[in-house]
Write a new protein. Structure first.
Length: 327
């Protein structure tokens, strides 16, 4: 069994590798026509769909020394499911394109496929991987397209926040950033190259932070709840609360005034994939959301904290912040 997992994708070829991926997904398709044809055929309850795509590239988005195949599959699904949820939609299908170095082992790809499926089952029951593509590359890359349905609801955009709205969030903030700091501080060699994580060296709290980074748990079902609860604007918090709040504020032509008390990891860290939403003043917040501020009429500042304009670095920018390391 071990030798079978160690065979490389270069040795297997595309046809045999696809057969293994289909076996790992194990008949989970929910489509009218699922994997195996030139394209999938999906039902679209309500007649409208939302579509998003996200790409994870070895280096700026993950390091193989730190992420297992299962971790990578889970995260690739989770970050796309969160974008669908942020529109107030229910995720129904993922399409996954893999660009694999020839030396990648079949066992790694098996685990990646299982991670994809487990994330769908755990975070968005009824969503399945319905197709994709395989190609060869010197850089391991996972590109996912996600489909969601609105089921009669209006999409919740970034541009709908209005003065007086309550700013709220569902999901954790800061844990993923603490997990990433932990990896960079504790699991690199003298030259700065990533080394395998030794979980025995971590406290229970540190293991939870690391899990938030490697296997995020975005509150997918809360997206539909927010739409039904009258959310005026919403988005996935992927690059840091301050940066994403700035994007929402700019799209809405408003200013978001956040409450004091959030730490730097929560404000500027990113990759928690929480849901940032605005609700009409006085409205009851849907279950899972907590108030963190108020929308104001537009000022010179997009975002403030307790009435003071935010300055300095706001969040993650891959073109600026990637250290060019791999491993």
């Amino acid at each position: 069994m071990h030798a079978e997992r160690d065979v490389t994708v270069g040795e297997l070829g595309e046809r045999a590798l696809l057969a293994r991926i289909f076996a790992a997904l194990d008949g989970s398709s929910q489509a009218l026509v699922g994997p195996g044809d030139d394209a999938a055929v999906l039902a679209a309850p309500g007649g409208r769909v939302v579509v998003t795509t996200d790409t994870l590239v070895h280096g700026p988005d993950f390091r193989l020394a730190w992420s297992s195949g299962y971790d990578l599959g889970w995260k690739a699904a989770a970050v796309n499911l969160a974008d669908v949820a942020a529109m107030g939609a229910r995720p129904t299908a993922l399409f996954v394109a893999l660009a694999l170095p020839d030396e990648t082992t079949a066992g790694f790809v098996d685990d990646l496929a299982r991670g994809l499926r487990a994330a769908c089952d755990g975070l968005a029951p009824g969503c399945a991987i319905e197709g994709g593509d395989l190609t060869a590359s010197d850089t391991l890359t996972v590109a996912v397209t996600a489909i969601g349905v609105l089921e009669g609801l209006e999409p919740v955009l970034r541009s709908g926040a209005r003065s007086g709205d309550t700013v709220a969030v569902a999901g954790d903030l800061g844990a993923a950033a603490r997990g990433l700091t932990l990896l960079f501080d504790r699991f690199r060699d003298a030259q700065g190259a990533p080394v395998t994580v030794d979980s025995d060296k971590l406290s229970e709290h540190e293991r939870a932070d690391l899990a938030a980074q490697l296997r995020p748990q975005p509150p997918i079902a809360r997206g539909v709840s927010a739409a039904r609860g009258g959310a005026t604007a919403m988005m996935d918090v992927s690059d840091g609360l301050l940066l994403d709040a700035t994007r929402l504020a700019d799209a809405s032509g408003a200013t978001l005034d956040l409450d004091a008390g959030l730490d730097e990891a929560a404000l500027r860290g990113g990759e928690d994939h929480a849901l940032l939403a605005c609700f009409p003043s006085g409205a009851s917040l849907p279950e899972g959301f907590r108030a963190i501020g108020r929308v104001r009429a537009r000022t010179e500042a997009s975002v403030m904290i307790a009435g003071e304009p935010v300055t300095g670095r706001l969040g993650w920018d891959p073109h600026r912040d990637w250290d060019a390391g791999r491993g």
